[in-house]
Design a protein around this ligand. Sequence first.
Ligand SMILES: Nc1ncnc2c1ncn2[C@@H]1O[C@H](COP(=O)(O)OP(=O)(O)O)[C@@H](O)[C@H]1O
Ligand SMILES: [Mg+2]
Length: 248
Amino acid sequence: MLIEVQGVTKTFVSRGGEQVVALAETTLDVQQGEFLTLIGPSGCGKSTLLRMLAGLVEPTSGRIVWQGTAPARGSEVGFVFQEPVLLPWLSVLDNVRFPLDTFGVDRRAGDEAARQTLELVGLKDFARALPKELSGGMKQRAAIARALVYKPRLVLMDEPFSALDLLTRDRMNDELLAIRAEVGATIVFVTHSVEEAAYLSDRVAVMSARPGQIRTIHTIDLPAPRGEAVKDLPAFHAWLSQLRRDLR
Ligand SMILES: Nc1ncnc2c1ncn2[C@@H]1O[C@H](COP(=O)(O)OP(=O)(O)O)[C@@H](O)[C@H]1O
Ligand SMILES: [Mg+2]
């Protein structure tokens, strides 16, 4: 096990002054090396849960416990957002090296690590490009490279492919699986797409809204490694129906 979410509740105070329970009494294990996906209606607390896993937001009550004694330091967690956040005045290489700069890694070692990670995400030839010269899918690959460059134990991805067209999204899904096979990081992923959830995940946690809670967790027993052929299996379609039912 990598992380235990123990009875975590998160309450926000809205601008009007009322309390909003974003997440209620949530208990969840994140297993070492797994691909865990959270699905659920808008506002059910998915992003809040990711931010708490990243240590960006403190639970109101309950605890998030990392395996062993290591606390969740910044360099142990990579975060990929829905909109790739790249610094427009920096080259792709400099964007990817940026977290290493902030961790105090020297420039040469940082460049080397950034180049290797760009190769991993298929952007080797765009190291000198500026973000505005990249397509949406390429920008998101650069953002993924930046989240992987310091080899975090945990990669959190909040609807990373939602803004992409379907074909690009399918391609990014396969690339993500390949990258994951190579780096072996634990991934917690958020999506609205049951297809994406079933295709990518070892487990899918289905959440319900108001108050945000985990309703059920499925182990997706589809063959590995996943590939396009999986999408033709009756078992894949059975999972889509199951997840859609759960979301209703
Ligand atoms: N910083 C915040 N201040 C106040 N309310 C918030 C804040 N962040 C999230 N919320 C509220 O918490 C609930 C869960 O939000 P969020 O985690 O973003 O949901 P999801 O990602 O599943 O759509 C929503 O009702 C949202 O309005
Ligand atoms: Mg969200």
